[in-house]
Design a protein around this ligand. Structure first.
Ligand code: GLN
Length: 445
């Protein structure tokens, strides 16, 4: 097979299935075909892939699934796109997502609703739901997503694929439309841990264009894949909050832990005493940063501009018409939390709690190599089920949010089905120890 064959197979599958699945916002068929004809070489030579639509691509519409960027065509590429292209990969399209990555179901997209390939009345999860669904449906062998509070791991769990949120700073955020800059991280969706390791080799590394990019050397993420789990210490959390946790998910995760034990891992108990505050902490910090990051969408510099009679009217009208409900909700919460009278009561206390949560993980990792728990408390919920209840939606991220607050890497790996819908096992590790996550995942698969 050649690059042209692979790309054609992917484009044909998209053509056939995506009219119903709706995982892509833009399909770059001509771009992909031209690129494949040039016979790209490298570790990903000729491999088709998709990017979440909040990663900018030169000459290719990039919308973050928002009306305010409806026809925005960026003049440059995100670092991840440049890196994938130089590794020989071929971009076949941009995937659907929650607007500006705010959501857990991909339903806040201004443009379309993506279906879950395992149950078409169900959501694919979010916010990177398009990327997860595209990989699960076999439209592309891999896709990138972004994870601010769970947006790679939660849709990976809901769609039955592997998803990795790397350590904060591991993958350059240059060209990723910022949601909450201190939490955002790009990572891969794949079918296996090995594929994720290969993609990580291509996309990770220091980037001088991202001031928060970590100055760590490049490494081979496939290096430990075959080491097995013998002697590894698997941490399970004492007093893990189980409110809202589906007992069948708990049973599937317990089964996975027993399998790892059977393969030679040692199970130890750890404490994460501040976990119960993670969702509240996140919903101050993330909206605060978002309210600042989204100030740039003023109708002048990018995207859609409203008809208006004055400058202030132009800003107001462009933002009122361009942003959806969830984005407006976040901007209001964020500006409130940062306002001078409330800063100490909300934003400052949230930052203090964030430190305590990070310290919980530092302490826990003194006695174990990885921590495992469910990725989500439920399987994929029904389309529309939580769309009008933001608090219910936010609580679906209770197990994924702490990793972003702590900056540590985490993955979701398929560990069974409940009523025909996939269940995800979450595996967390110390900063920059993605290799141990991949090693445990590969041993489990
Ligand atoms: N669901 C969370 C939110 O709505 C996390 C989203 C994400 O990780 N981008 O903010």
């Amino acid at each position: 097979t050649t690059a042209a064959d692979w790309v054609k197979t992917s484009l044909d599958a998209i053509e056939k299935i995506d009219g119903e699945l709706k995982s892509f916002l833009t399909v770059t068929a001509d771009h992909a075909t031209d690129l494949a004809d040039k016979k790209p070489t490298g570790p990903l030579g000729g491999v088709p892939y998709a990017l979440k639509d909040n990663m900018v691509t030169e000459g290719i519409r990039s919308t973050a699934a928002s009306r305010i960027l409806e026809n925005y065509v960026p003049p440059y590429n995100a670092t991840v796109e440049n890196k994938l292209r130089s590794a020989g990969g071929v971009l076949v399209g941009k995937t659907n997502m929650d607007e500006f990555a705010m959501g857990s179901s991909t339903e806040t997209s201004a443009f379309q609703k993506t279906l879950n390939p395992y149950g078409r009345g169900h959501v694919p999860g979010g916010s990177s739901g398009g990327s997860a669904a595209a990989v699960a449906a076999g439209l592309v062998p891999f896709a990138l997503g972004s994870d601010t509070g769970g947006s790679i791991r939660q849709p990976a769990a809901f769609c039955g694929v592997f998803g990795l949120k790397p350590t904060y700073g591991r993958v350059s955020r240059y060209g990723l439309m910022a949601f909450a800059s201190s939490l955002d991280q790009i990572g891969p969706f794949t079918r296996t841990a090995e594929d994720a390791a290969i993609v990580m080799n291509a996309i990770s590394g220091y980037d001088e264009r991202d001031s928060t990019s970590a100055k760590v050397g490049t490494e081979d993420f496939t290096a430990d894949l075959n080491k097995g789990v013998k002697g590894l210490r698997i941490g399970i959390v004492r007093n893990l909050t189980e409110e809202g946790l589906n007992p069948a998910i708990k049973a599937a995760v317990d089964g996975a832990i027993r399998a790892l034990q059977g393969a030679g891992a040692e199970v130890v108990e750890v404490d994460l005493p501040h976990s119960e505050y993670a969702v509240a902490t996140y919903y101050l910090i993330a909206p605060a940063e978002a309210s600042s990051n989204l100030a740039r969408y003023d109708g002048v510099r990018y995207g859609r501009r409203a008809e208006a009679s004055s400058m202030i009217d132009l800003f107001e009208q462009s933002r009122s018409q361009g942003f959806g409900m969830e984005v407006k909700r976040r901007i209001i919460i964020g500006t409130y939390a940062l306002s001078s009278g409330y800063y100490d009561a909300y934003y400052k206390r949230a930052q203090q709690m964030r430190t305590l949560i990070r310290q919980d993980y530092e302490t826990a990792f003194e006695s174990c190599d990885v921590i495992v728990m469910p990725t989500t408390p439920t399987t994929a919920f029904k389309l529309g089920e939580k769309a009008d209840d933001p608090l219910e939606m936010y609580l679906n991220d209770m197990y994924t949010i702490p990793a972003n607050l702590a900056g540590i890497p985490g993955a979701s790996i398929p560990c069974g089905f409940v009523d025909g819908l996939p269940v995800g096992l979450q595996i967390l590790a110390k900063p920059f120890d993605e290799r141990t996550i991949l090693r445990v995942s590969h041993a489990y698969e």
